[in-house]
Design a protein around this ligand. Sequence first.
Ligand code: 9MR
Length: 454
Amino acid sequence: MISRSLPVRPLRAALSAAATALLTLTALAALPQTPAHAADTLGAAAAEKGRYFGAAVAASHLGEAQYAATLNTEFNSVTPENEMKWDAVERTRDSFTFGAADQIVNHALGRGMKVRGHTLVWHSQLPGWVAGLGATELRSAMNHHITQVMTHYKGKIHSWDVVNEAFQDGGSGARRSSPFQDKLGDGFIEEAFRTARAADPDAKLCYNDYNTDGVNAKSNAVYAMVRDFKARGVPIDCVGFQSHFNSASPVPSDYRANLQRFADLGVEVQITELDIEGSGTAQATNYGNVVRACLAVTRCTGITVWGIPDKYSWRASGTPLLFDDNYNKKPAYHAVLSALGGSTDPGGPGNPGATCTATYTTAEDWGSGYNGKVTITAGSSPISAWSVNVTMTPPQKVVAVWNGAAGWDTSGNVMTVRSTHNGTLQPGTSTTFGFTAQRNGTSTPPQLSACTAS
Ligand code: 9MR
């Protein structure tokens, strides 16, 4: 059964509803949008293990409802994918532009998510003027860049990739040729870390690199540098392992042991850019192994995947992420959630008598928007999970959902909400989920359909 009831209230009740709505909105804005149940999302499951679970985010996608909904529901840390890089924030010398990076930082902090800073000193995405400087000017430009960017974000970033990819690939363990290396020598790295510590003493300072995930010549060289920094008191707090994997560069068998040996130097280890090309069970197994390796290392404090849906990955054709192009959860997602100790959707057949009905009411209405409440009632059999479709009339937009996990269809207008902690219902009993919508000028109420139960 599907029914709708839109309340008609006298003025006093309407005013009090508006006040409640304002309070609700304030609370939504002020409180982290923690998922309804601790173990049903990546972020919540990781948090139960004392870790963060993050995603690389592009400011240009934040306006896409499904992208934002997936980010807000599943993750509790973000890394700007490109927006904090040198060419984004200081394209012209001493002229800083933080607009796109600020958008991501504000989105994250406003929802109780942490932010990783990526990255301060890197040979790539470096504007031409930097490479054109002589040694003295380059040193001062590097320190100025670090200080300005870190000061702008002081107190807002949990970990900074201070230096990125300073070592060569291959067998030599040598430093990579770059304007910094070539003009300032090996010392540029420690100078960058000292400048960073002075700029924001509360941020964790990381060295970040790729192909350092197993024990090899490159990771040995980074290991020797970190050991030397710790011995001499050069400020370093963490090492980032990018962990971009595919068939040419698979998850190494000594991944956990390599993380552990760095952790034993007294630094945190973080998995900073995880993606694994592939699909199905093979991809899921690899993802599960990476998560279990991190959890086995006490100082492995968090994991960031390098994007949300496959379509936005830098390696999109290799479908390396946890969500498909339509934001459906892939087997890899379920493997990660399960490795984190979370509970995956029960779904599937096995309870053929399970049915449910959904009814809609507007709980609070403040004109430009409203809080919708959907009541789910089990039919004549007990159920352990439910799902219902909510169709919105554009340009109405859902901006928050609670007591349910939301996904969106490709049109961006149909939201499928699944049970989280509240899937188990005895016959005839009910539960609710809620959402906040902005009307954007359209008053058509949401339409419910397809209440399914298992
Ligand atoms: O994902 C990023 C992509 O959008 C950029 O075009 C690219 C430019 O170099 O950088 C990608 O991110 C890289 C990250 O900053 C550092 N490690 C490797 C990542 C994948 O290339």
